[in-house]
Ligand binder design. Structure first.
Ligand SMILES: [Zn+2]
Length: 619
């Protein structure tokens, strides 16, 4: 079901596993020309745990509660605006995918109803949008809005085979092509921002439409007219000029380049992704919560205040990491994915699912976005709708488990039969994951498990073996054997609280982590912190204890406890003033994440493992 298949470039590399104290070298060849790993189809994945709960509340308390007729459809029926943005295509795309993933008839009916209403507004010339005639195409954000409608309608055709959706998408795309080719020098937004930011989403929409319609015209427009392979991408820090540093636009286009590279080998299509990886991992572009950017744009100060991590950038970061992982097959991308999902992403939504944030800062109070429309709420819904596809992948030789979460995957093995892999776990609140294989006939295949970088080594208990195998952190553990029905694998990832050193603006300070979870401090949960500047509190690291169960943020959640000195206290000899409870970063009342400590060079503190290069210097 994955529309983006075939092709890959990757040097040969070797993956090591340690088994029973003996080093086994397993040569894994990932050579050019091999296909990317494929997502397990959305309908074949069940997710429970906190990730599943987030999907559920996004459906029940958000998508099924918002006023789609008034807020989303009415502007398309009136078509009288001079500018603006709704995000109807993004909303539709999320509902189509969630309808596939859950099989929920309410979502299927909802997406069909929205499509009927959208198609009823399509004009003779193919236009679907919110603008008055004189503002079409060149006012912000008309092409952006149309592009996501093309994408969503093509997605509907992809999953449901709906011919009406495909024809409407083609007519709308033809409208864009004919108008742009007639005025090739026109700039959407009149040059106030870069063209590529103004038309974000166009390339992916047209590439998908080409596949769905089996018509290369849309791809040719992206390649030859929009010149996707020739994009001179560069990392611009800050928001200024034509806003060249816009992360969402950058990563969205980078994804389109990777997808195009599957069809036409061109090393230029990897340049933007390589630069972004270097900036995020080696030049302070990513913060501890997995978020990136300030005020929507690349940033490297590590300050984490008001405008940290636009939710659109967070959503596209996760999607881009999935695309990179499936092509380059590096477990690091999965490590970053789980960091950003459990922290930056889930902090962008109220725990009950109803409200969504534009920015979830780690320093200072957070606020919700005022509307259900616009970019961030809809890109949030879209990425939540896609998470199911990122749990596990179908590889050349079997299956790779990327995200640990209670649930089930049904996938086709290389030999052709369908296997079910069930995960029983409370991860990330606990490091024990039990995987059970169900299949009709015994079959030899390769099972890969992502062993996160935050642990030095983990253990895996295989069926029929008396002793657990030790595997190293920061790589895939690979098990090739003949599996039979009922085989059980128990992965134990050692997890303990760790204090992670801050960098740049957080120099001399530490954050508390447990596995991929970052903890934060809520002022509201502590009456004695009412008027205290939280940045001036000093933690006593020796008193850190936990984690323990705490349901303040979500069912089954975790918290930890630590004592701290008030601003100006004569530490370390004065008695501490506070006992602080730190909650998961998704705590909507969280206000502080990094804390001052008496000895910033305490050898017990660790560096952020996602940022530290491996021994061979690669990210
Ligand atoms: Zn946004």
């Amino acid at each position: 079901m994955d529309p983006f298949k075939s092709g890959n470039l990757e040097p040969r590399r070797t993956v090591c596993i340690f088994a029973c104290g003996v080093l086994w070298l397993v040569a894994v060849t990932v050579a050019s020309g091999e296909t990317p790993w494929r997502q397990v189809p959305l309908q074949d994945v069940q997710i429970k745990g906190e990730m599943g709960r987030r999907i559920d509340v996004t459906i029940e308390n958000n998508i099924l509660q918002i006023d789609i007729s008034r807020d989303f459809l009415a502007p398309f029926q009136s078509r009288n605006q001079k500018g603006g943005y709704v995000g109807l295509g993004k909303l539709l795309d999320s509902i189509v995918r969630l309808a596939v993933h859950t099989g929920d008839p309410r979502l299927r009916e909802l997406k069909d109803q929205i499509i009927r209403e959208i198609l009823a507004t399509q004009e003779e010339d193919g236009y679907i949008g919110i603008m008055e005639p004189s503002s079409r195409m060149w006012s912000l954000w008309d092409i952006h809005e149309m592009s996501y409608l093309v994408y969503a309608l093509a997605t509907d055709h992809h999953f449901f085979g709906t011919e009406d959706s495909l024809q409407a998408a083609r007519r709308l795309a033809d409208y864009i092509i004919s108008n742009w080719e007639a005025h090739p020098d026109n700039q959407p937004g009149g040059g106030s921002i870069t063209v590529y930011m103004a038309v974000t989403g166009l390339e992916n929409a047209f590439l998908l439409l080409s596949e769905e319609a089996n018509d290369s015209r849309y791809k040719d427009f992206v390649v030859n007219f929009r010149k996707l392979p020739e994009w001179q991408a560069r990392i611009v820090v800050g928001r200024h000029g034509q806003i060249e540093g816009h992360i969402y636009a950058y990563l969205c286009r980078s994804i389109a380049q990777l997808r195009l590279d599957d069809q036409q080998f061109d090393p230029r299509l990897w340049q933007a992704s390589r630069q972004a990886l270097d900036f995020l991992l080696h030049r302070e572009g990513m913060v501890i919560t997995g978020e990136c950017g300030d005020h929507e744009c690349w940033h490297d100060s590590q300050s984490g205040t008001i405008n940290l991590g636009e939710t659109c950038a967070t959503a596209y970061l996760i999607r881009w990491l999935d695309e990179l992982l499936r092509r380059e097959k590096k477990s690091l991308y999965g490590d970053i994915m789980e960091r950003v999902i459990y922290n930056g992403l889930f902090a962008a939504q109220s725990p009950d699912g109803r409200r969504i944030r534009y920015y979830p800062p780690f320093d200072g109070p957070r606020s919700y976005f005022s509307s259900d429309t616009y970019c961030c709420p809809n890109n949030y819904r879209r990425i939540v709708a896609e998470l199911a596809g990122m749990v596990g992948y179908q590889t050349e030789q079997g299956v790779a488990i990327n995200l640990y979460t209670a649930g089930q995957l049904k996938l086709r093995l290389p030999g052709g039969q369908v296997a079910t892999i069930t995960q029983r776990t409370d991860y990330p609140h606990d490091g024990v994951i039990t995987l059970t294989v169900s299949l009709a006939q015994p079959e030899a295949f390769e099972l890969r498990l992502r062993i996160p970088r935050y642990c030095e080594e983990a253990s895996v208990k295989l069926p029929d073996q008396s002793e657990a195998v030790v595997v190293k952190g920061g790589d895939w553990a690979i098990f090739s054997r003949t599996w039979k029905d009922g085989d059980e694998v128990v992965l134990t990832i050692p997890m303990k609280l760790r204090l992670v050193r801050g960098r740049r603006a957080q120099s001399g300070r530490v954050a508390v982590m447990y596995g991929p979870l970052v903890f934060c401090l809520s002022r509201q949960a502590h009456a004695d912190l009412k008027d205290v500047d939280l940045r001036l509190i000093t933690l006593n690291p020796e008193t850190l204890e936990g984690p323990f169960r705490d349901e303040a943020v979500h069912p089954g959640g975790l918290a930890c406890r630590v004592k701290a000195w008030a601003p100006g206290a004569w530490y370390p000899h004065a008695p501490t003033n506070y006992t602080l409870k730190l909650t998961e970063f998704a705590d909507p009342t969280g206000e502080a994440t990094y804390f001052h400590v008496p000895n910033p060079y305490d050898p017990a503190f660790v560096e952020d493992e996602l940022i530290v290069p491996t021994k061979d210097g690669s990210p």
